[in-house]
Write a protein that binds this ligand. Structure first.
Ligand code: ADP
Ligand code: MG
Length: 590
């Protein structure tokens, strides 16, 4: 058993080691550590972009080049102070990243990495072909950085600057990921459908992390330019872009510390291979690339999460839990009076090619009632939910929610108006705790953005969001599972987590798609009690459910669907006696 060393102690030891390293190590190792730091800053961007956000980029080296060339050009040609070229370079990089992101991030699957390769190559040739940038020879005579009279010239001096920047970026990144926007970023991996239904603007989140990763790369480029004091296009090529991705993946692309581990491992290994392979093989060449390729395949086979989790095993930490502190409640939305029409579906049609999944569906849901939508499998109930909630818009017809037509709005805008839902096929983030999953539901009730999160000025709001999430979890009877990974719960309980998540949005209308499936008798009773309480609070509930005892004991009104059409509508007792319904749905058995 390893003794538990607290993570703060480990961090303090790490910083202490960084402080004394330049005093003890020979020049060669300082230079190596400088480069490891520069690479790690870029790899850290990839941790957020690829490891957390699930967006693969081969083009980061081009952004390093943008930062380096911006400063090289502005200092040597226009005599601008290096301290001004940093913000200038960041602005240029942000502009380029946002433009490229708007185009590239729309691509999905393997088209996205291909897109990054395309502009990675383009920018490289742009650097090489612009005569103003010195062509392939590059630009020389870049001035050193200086603090007042102190010039940062040597690798030893640079060491402190590089690693200070890296540590700051690392802490900011860690803070960001542990926040409202951070949860939204982490939700991207589960596909954007759920996140959008919870109010997350996923396209925007993607652009932000793409730009963030580019800005990290650009900062690294700025440091590089003033360390080297000359630039040429070589270090900003696609090959280097691939190497950055290697670093992130080998280090552990899902962990901020993986960036440092990966940059360290690859740099040291490369140095070592470049020294030894030519001696071993008796000829020179880029043999290290071959070894990297083999290594990469080995890592992908054996340690998909990279090296960091293996290292972290030697320093076991008490399980990390988001702290729930009592906090002032979040503002609640104004509620329509009980009995007011919340939702009006008119002539809703949805076609999938030749299949008419919803055919002229018309019905209403009022505040303070449970409306059940029943019908055999394949009748079109889930399709109806997707049309109402904007997840998969109708082909024709209208959806009026609280007096406003919403059928053409994106799901997140409908969510913002007070509609919240669960999914028949549970959509939780299995690795995240129940608490964090539910907190995603409260996304629209917070305001604090990326900068506030990175600087930790969002903590009051974060406490309120988590406290609200915890309250909803308690209300749904899941307090004991609050800190467990959502994926570890039985499927029935995961459905209840989805209800808690929907409630965290403070909805007026709740759409529940088969919430009782997989629940045991007592759990169903508890769910029934919860839904009755919600109804009494004035929430409107649209419920799809197969358990007829559950439905008939709970629903105020019932709509029956068959083959996409409305077969019958009425009070539960009338529906149960309706011969057409008995024939179609209950299979003729009374
Ligand atoms: P229910 O929820 O009532 O069981 P669904 O709404 O899931 O039924 O499905 C209704 C019909 O629409 C089914 O025939 C199903 O195969 C079809 N369907 C649902 N989603 C799609 C889709 N994305 N593409 C094509 N067909 C679909
Ligand atoms: Mg369904």
């Amino acid at each position: 058993m390893m003794p538990t060393v607290r993570s703060t102690t480990l961090l303090a030891l790490f910083i202490a080691a960084l402080l004394v390293a330049p005093l003890l190590l020979p020049e060669f190792y300082i230079t190596l550590l400088d480069y490891i730091g520069l690479y790690a800053i870029v790899a850290l961007g990839l941790v957020v972009l690829t490891g957390v956000g699930g967006l693969t980029s081969f083009g980061q080296a081009a952004f390093v080049g943008l930062g380096a060339y911006s400063s090289a050009y502005l200092t040597t040609v226009h005599g601008v102070s290096p301290w001004l070229t940093l913000p200038a370079g960041l602005l240029i990089t942000a502009a380029v990243a946002i433009s490229l992101g708007l185009v590239t991030l729309r691509l999905s699957g393997h088209f996205l990495p291909l897109g990054t390769i395309a502009w990675g190559i383009s920018l490289y040739y742009l650097f090489g072909n612009l005569t103003g940038l010195g062509g392939y020879t590059g630009l020389t005579g870049i001035p050193p950085l200086s603090f007042f009279d102190l010039e940062v010239r040597t690798g030893r001096e640079f060491f402190y600057l590089i690693w200070a920047v890296l540590l700051l970026a690392l802490l900011a990144t860690r803070n960001l990921l542990d926040s409202r926007e951070g949860r939204a970023i982490r939700a991207l991996r589960g596909g954007s459908l759920m996140a959008e239904a919870m109010g997350v603007h996923t396209a925007r989140s993607k652009i932000v992390i793409f730009t963030l990763a580019a800005l990290y790369a650009s900062t690294s480029g700025w440091l590089y330019a003033h360390l080297q004091r000359f630039v040429n296009p070589t270090p900003f090529s696609l090959t280097q872009g691939i190497e950055y991705l290697f670093m992130a993946v080998i280090g552990g692309v899902a962990h901020v510390w993986g960036a440092i581990v990966g940059a360290g491992l690859i740099s040291i290994l490369k140095q070592w291979l470049q020294d030894w392979l030519p001696k071993l093989l008796g000829q020179s060449g880029n043999f290290e690339i071959i070894v990297f390729g083999v290594l990469m395949i080995f890592v992908l086979q054996r340690a998909r999460d990279g090296v960091w989790p293996i290292i972290a095993r030697y320093f076991p930490q008490p399980p990390k839990r988001a702290q729930v502190r009592e906090a002032p409640p979040l503002v609640r939305r104004e509620r329509p009076a009980a009995g007011a029409v919340l939702l009006e579906v008119k002539d809703a049609c949805k076609r999938f090619g030749g299949l008419v999944a919803n055919d002229r569906m018309t019905f209403q849901v009022r505040a303070g009632e449970v409306m059940a939508l029943i019908g055999p499998n394949g009748a079109g109930k889930s399709t109806m939910f997707n049309g109402i909630s904007g997840v998969d818009p109708l082909t024709s017809g209208s959806v009026i929610f609280r007096g406003e037509r919403v059928e053409s709005l994106p799901a997140r805008d409908i969510a913002r108006r007070g509609m919240s839902r669960t999914f028949q096929h549970v959509r939780l983030l299995p690795g995240m705790s129940v608490l964090e999953n539910v907190a995603i539901g409260a996304h629209l009730r917070g305001r604090k953005g990326f900068v506030a999160a990175a600087c930790r000025t969002d903590r009051d709001e974060e406490d309120r969001l988590l406290y609200e999430a915890a309250r909803q979890i308690e209300r749904c009877g899941l307090s004991e599972q609050m800190h467990e990974p959502a994926g570890s719960l039985p499927l029935g309980k995961q459905r209840i987590v989805e209800i808690a998540r929907a409630l965290a949005a403070d909805p007026c209308l709740l759409l529940l798609d088969e919430p009782a499936a997989g629940l045991r008798y007592l759990e169903k009773q508890a769910l029934g009690d919860l839904l009755r309480r919600l109804r009494d609070e004035g929430i409107g509930i649209l419920l799809v459910e197969h358990d007829m005892d559950f439905v008939m004991g709970l629903a105020d009104r019932v709509v029956v669907m068959e083959f996409g059409q409305k077969l019958a509508a009425g009070l539960p007792e009338d529906i149960q006696r309706n011969p057409a319904v008995v024939e179609a749905y209950l299979g003729g058995v009374e």
